[in-house]
Design a protein around this ligand. Structure first.
Ligand SMILES: Cc1cc2nc3c(=O)[nH]c(=O)nc-3n(C[C@H](O)[C@H](O)[C@H](O)COP(=O)(O)OP(=O)(O)OC[C@H]3O[C@@H](n4cnc5c(N)ncnc54)[C@H](O)[C@@H]3O)c2cc1C
Length: 389
């Protein structure tokens, strides 16, 4: 490992494999090393929901057929209290365990020419010219795809996410009434929060519960998370196994990427949808963009321009969407607004589709969605408005 690599990717999750695939798609002759502290296949706490937008990103770098053998899930059910909306999504999602999904992805990256090595990176430094990892691995460009507790992010001196959620997941047999569905039941106590049951299509479902961490209350215990799941989706914990929890660094209005040779992607870049906890699409999209930025910057010269290129590309893809999801997540944290949103989605398929796009892809708060919300809000009688009531 003593040669100078064109690109070293730290972390072989979706963001890391995406970065390797993006770089090698741009220039198959690049030398790309992917380092992960774990052996693959490895598990990762996740709802395992793969949005169709994630597959679009992969198709763009020539990766198709990755989910062969897994059933698409078309129905999405949203519940709050006794109100339920169930509709067919305009494009189906998939529910694939990360032991399978991430391993298949990394196989595609190595098939494209990346070298995968088990190695935990501890120190990110520099020699006179390149980035130096652990005093011995040299790279023209590094992509930090090392997840929610990213050491690359810490070393670059970037702030932690302003908002973080915590969630637990397990696997349990699918009850007949939840077959073929992704079900989400919004919480009654801590806001915002929700429990989910996602049918994998193989007899098991991924079940879990997550909520926003707040500084004015203690961090929830594992038992609290499991109790909320059992309350919101009765019986879902009964035969559950493989319980595993993790933090989610939620995205906000702004997104930071410094100049230079070190790029961030996925959870390491604090890119998790604050409305839904979706992060795989962002990880793949920003991973691929990071790989392309690295390839272009290396072609231009030494690689120092990679940071600026990556920043521009991610902003152009996501800046407006991130502002809209930041606003929408504040709104739906109010139970009354969430209730109005669900009613609007029950009335109008287009409002439902717009909500899904905002929560899983890179949608915005559309005029239709706004109109649906406005139509459902209680009217203030004119005399009350005049009297300031
Ligand atoms: C309970 C839960 C449910 C979720 N449900 C969904 C869902 O249904 N759909 C969805 O889209 N998103 C979901 N998410 C979010 C999603 O899991 C993440 O956004 C996604 O995994 C981010 O991918 P990543 O590649 O950035 O990071 P990761 O998948 O976390 O990969 C990071 C990799 O870096 C490696 N690594 C870390 N540090 C080092 C180091 N120092 N040296 C070498 N390797 C290192 C790790 O071993 C790991 O393999 C959920 C998250 C949680 C916690």
């Amino acid at each position: 490992m003593s040669a100078v690599w064109d690109l070293v990717v730290i972390g072989a999750g979706p963001a890391g494999s995406g970065a390797a695939l993006g770089a090698l798609d741009a220039d198959p002759a690049l030398s790309v090393l992917v380092l992960d502290r774990a052996d693959f296949p490895r598990d990762k706490a996740c709802g395992d929901g793969i949005a169709p937008q994630a597959l679009d990103v992969l198709a763009d770098v020539g990766v198709t057929g990755l989910l062969d053998g897994w059933e698409p899930v078309r129905q999405l059910q949203l519940t709050r209290g006794n109100r339920t909306v169930e509709r067919t999504m305009s494009r189906p999602a998939f529910v694939v365990p990360r032991t399978v999904f991430d391993a298949r992805l990394v196989e595609r990256a190595t098939a494209a020419g990346a070298v995968l090595t088990r190695h935990r990176v501890r120190v990110l430094g520099r020699d006179e010219k390149y980035v130096l990892l652990d005093g011995r691995i040299r790279a023209k460009v590094v992509v930090g795809a090392d997840g929610a507790q990213s050491m690359v992010r810490r070393t670059l001196g970037l702030p932690q996410a302003r908002h973080t959620a915590i969630a637990i997941r397990g696997y349990a047999p699918v009850p007949p009434r939840r077959r073929g569905q992704q079900s989400m039941a919004f919480g009654r106590h801590h806001q915002p929060s929700y429990a989910w049951s996602f049918d994998r299509g193989d007899g098991l479902s991924n079940v879990g519960y997550g909520e926003l961490l707040r500084s004015n209350r203690p961090a929830p215990t594992r038992q609290w998370l499991l109790d909320q799941l059992a309350e919101l989706l009765p019986c879902s914990t009964t035969s559950g196994t493989d319980w595993r929890g993790h933090h989610l660094p939620l995205s906000s209005w702004t997104w930071q990427q410094p100049d230079g040779r070190c790029l961030l992607a996925g959870d390491a870049a604090n890119l998790v949808n604050p409305m839904t906890g979706e992060g795989i699409y962002y990880a793949l999209a920003t991973g691929v963009l990071a790989g392309r930025a690295a390839a272009q910057a290396i072609e231009d010269g030494s690689g120092t321009g990679a940071g600026a290129r990556h920043r521009r590309a991610v902003r152009s893809l996501l800046a407006s969407h991130l502002r809209h999801t930041a606003l929408a997540s504040r709104l739906v944290a109010q139970p009354a607004v969430l209730g109005v949103g669900l009613r609007a989605a029950a009335r109008d398929q287009q409002v439902f589709d717009d909500l899904v796009e905002l929560g899983l892809g890179r949608g915005r708060i559309t005029p239709r969605l706004l109109g649906g919300l406005a139509a459902g809000l209680p009217r203030t009688p004119p005399h009350a408005a005049r009297s300031g009531g």
